[in-house]
Write a new protein. Structure first.
Length: 226
């Protein structure tokens, strides 16, 4: 199965207030193994970055000035994710921004290009009710090294999310492996004998006569059972 772990960074929290995407990262795995293929790009949002958002991801408008617009990378992005299952932490946030950007270009919603969407935040809340389930907390819980995550960054976060998801679903993987394992079958050993090498030995007349006398004696004594 082809899966894409996706994350974005934005100028703020609300697409309906005009905030835009400034970074997209999508990391591919196939059958639960990394393929080393990823899509990663910074985007010029054509607007200011909220101070609060910049404190989280550290990306300034000055840094983004020479980066491409979303319109120029949309086709490449859609082609990369096409047909895959998307896995996103707090999926409604990222999907809301991506659908807003696609709508500006008159394109269909993201859901139409992929086979499905999994929200790992929802999964984590079901697995760990009442606990913190942000990416840092999940990394600590599953023993995943996130020491390089001093700021939010889409590519690093997507890579960490892939590790978290594999850890979260490891029990399912074991079950699938168990179900797919072939049933052990009993083997039988067959011994091949070459009868042509055997020597046929027959009784002579004296031996046959002695045998007959023995049988007659048993019959007279009443010892025979046939």
């Amino acid at each position: 199965m082809r899966q894409i772990f996706l994350d974005t960074e934005t100028t703020g929290l609300y697409p309906d207030q005009g905030h835009r995407i400034i970074e997209i990262a999508a990391v591919e795995i196939f059958n639960r193994r990394p393929t080393q293929r990823h899509f990663h790009i910074y985007i010029n949002p054509e607007r200011e970055v909220d101070p609060g958002a910049q404190e989280v991801h550290g990306i300034s408008l000055e840094f983004l000035q020479d980066k491409p617009l979303f319109a120029s990378i949309a086709a490449e992005f859609v082609e990369f994710i096409r047909g895959a299952e998307l896995i996103i932490h707090n999926a409604p946030f990222d999907i809301g921004f991506l659908n807003m950007e696609l709508a500006k270009l008159g394109q269909d919603k993201l859901e139409t290009y992929v086979s499905g969407i999994i929200d790992t935040l929802k999964m984590a809340k079901e697995m760990r009710p009442g606990q913190r389930n942000n990416l840092d907390a999940l990394c600590r819980h599953f023993g995943i090294d996130n020491s390089q995550r001093t700021l939010h960054g889409a590519l690093l976060d997507a890579e960490l999310l892939a590790e978290v998801y594999i850890a979260m679903t490891r029990g399912q993987e074991s079950l699938l492996m168990e179900l797919s394992s072939p049933v052990e079958q009993t083997t039988h050993t067959h011994l091949a004998v070459d009868f042509s090498a055997l020597k046929l030995v027959t009784a002579d007349a004296e031996e046959l006569d002695a045998h007959q006398q023995y049988i007659s004696g048993l019959a007279k004594a009443g010892a025979a059972s046939w």
